[in-house]
Write a protein of this length. Structure first.
Length: 353
C-alpha cells in the first residue's frame, strides 16, 4: 500500500495561499490508497419473487485522510469522494456513477432490476456488468481506482397493464382489452376500437376484487378517480383510438386514428398513395404495396402526420414509435400487415406476393 503526501496548492483560494506563505505552513495529506472492491454474487437471474430480497452487496475498505492544518484552512478530513462506476464495457467508456458515503452498497432485487434496465440491459438476457470504485480528493488530483469486479445480471420485464372491462371488451367481467406500461412508471397506452357511448373502467388487475379501479370524476371525463364514488368512463365518439392513461397525474386521453399509410421512396414519401385498411375481425391493418425502390426502406405514418409514425429500430418485426426506417431487402410487391392489438409489442410482417 502506498502513502501519498502532496502539497495542496490549487485547492487553496488566494487568501489562503498568502497565509501559507506568510506562516510558512506546509499542508499535506496522507493515507489515500487504492480500495479493494468485492461483490457478494457473480451471476444473478432476477425475478419478481426477489423484489424485496437482498441480491447484491458491493463492499470496499475506506481510508481516513490525515490532513495537516485542517482547522486553520478549512480542509475537512472527509474531503475524499468515493464514486462507484458501472459499465457494460470493461474499459468504462461511459460509466453510470453513484456517489457513496459509506463502505458498501446493497441492492434489492427490484432495485438491481431497475438499475440494470436503466443501463440498457434487456429483460431475459444475461449481460456482464463491470464495477470499480473511483476515489478523488479534488479536481486537480488524478483519481485512484480500485480493482474491477464483474457480475452477470438477467433482469426481468417491468411491464404492467391497465385493463378495460366494460362495453369496449364485451362485458364487465372481460379483461381482454388492456393498456401497457413497458417501464411500470404509471404511463400506459394501447390501441382500442370503440363505439360511441361505450362505457368502461380501468383496473390494475384482471379482476375487480384485488385491483385498484379507476373511473372518471363527475365533472371531468378525462380525470381519473379511484374513489368508491367514481363514475364510469366512456367514449363520446366512436372509432379507432390510441388511448393513454397516466395514474401519476390521474388523467387519460384518446387520439382518433383516421388513417395509417405506408410511405417510402417507392411512392415519393406520399402520405396518401398507399393507405392501410383496418380489419376489425382480425384487428390488423394491411396494405399491398409495389415497392420498386428499397434503398431507404419504409415508414408507417398515422393521420398523415410526420410527428406520428412507426419504424423498426432493431429490424426484428417490432414497431417503434419514431423508429428508423423498416428495411426492405429486395424490390417486389408486399402485403404489409401491422398488428397494434397487443400493447406489449406492436408488430408488423412483410409478405412478398
Amino acid at each position: 500500500m502506498k502513502t501519498i503526501s502532496r502539497y495542496i496548492i490549487l485547492l487553496l483560494v488566494p487568501v489562503l495561499f498568502f497565509a501559507c506563505n506568510k506562516d510558512g505552513d506546509v499542508i499535506t495529506l496522507s493515507n489515500l490508497q487504492e480500495s479493494s472492491l468485492t461483490a457478494s454474487a457473480s451471476d444473478m437471474v432476477l425475478s419478481y419473487d426477489q423484489a424485496d430480497a437482498l441480491v447484491l452487496s458491493l463492499t470496499w475498505n475506506t481510508d481516513t485522510l490525515s490532513i495537516t492544518h485542517s482547522d486553520t484552512y478549512g480542509l475537512a478530513a472527509d474531503a475524499m469522494t468515493n464514486t462507484l462506476q458501472f459499465d457494460t464495457l470493461e474499459t468504462f467508456d461511459n460509466p453510470k456513477e453513484t456517489v457513496e458515503t459509506s463502505a458498501s452498497k446493497s441492492f434489492t432485487g427490484a432495485a438491481l432490476n431497475s438499475f440494470a434496465l436503466a443501463m440498457g440491459l434487456k429483460a431475459g438476457v444475461s449481460k456482464t456488468i463491470y464495477a470499480r470504485l473511483k476515489s478523488t480528493i479534488g479536481a486537480n488530483e488524478a483519481p485512484i481506482y480500485s480493482n474491477v469486479v464483474s457480475f452477470s445480471i438477467t433482469p426481468y420485464s417491468l411491464i404492467s397493464f391497465l385493463y378495460m372491462p366494460g362495453d369496449v371488451s364485451g362485458g364487465w367481467d372481460n379483461y381482454s382489452v388492456k393498456l401497457c406500461s413497458p417501464a411500470s412508471n404509471g404511463q400506459y397506452e394501447g390501441y382500442v376500437e370503440a363505439n360511441q357511448w361505450d362505457n368502461f373502467l380501468f383496473t390494475t388487475q384482471p379482476n375487480s376484487t384485488t385491483a385498484t379501479v379507476y373511473g372518471s370524476t363527475p365533472n371531468d371525463l378525462y380525470s381519473l378517480d379511484s374513489g368508491s364514488d367514481h363514475w364510469n368512463i366512456w367514449f363520446d365518439e366512436g372509432g379507432y383510438f390510441l388511448v393513454k392513461a397516466n395514474t401519476n397525474d390521474m388523467t387519460w386521453s384518446k387520439t382518433a386514428i383516421t388513417s395509417f399509410a405506408v410511405t417510402g421512396e417507392f411512392n415519393s414519401w406520399s402520405l396518401t398513395t398507399s393507405p392501410m385498411t383496418y380489419d376489425s375481425v382480425n384487428k390488423v391493418w394491411t396494405a399491398t404495396c409495389d415497392i420498386t425502390t428499397v434503398q431507404y426502406g419504409i415508414q408507417i405514418v398515422a393521420n398523415q402526420d410526420w410527428s406520428f409514425y412507426y419504424g423498426d429500430n432493431d429490424n426484428n418485426g417490432s414497431l417503434d414509435f419514431g423508429g428508423t426506417n423498416i428495411v426492405i431487402d429486395t424490390p417486389g410487391t408486399y402485403l404489409i400487415t401491422m398488428d397494434l392489438s397487443n400493447p406489449e409489442k406492436y408488430s408488423y410482417t412483410l409478405t412478398k406476393q
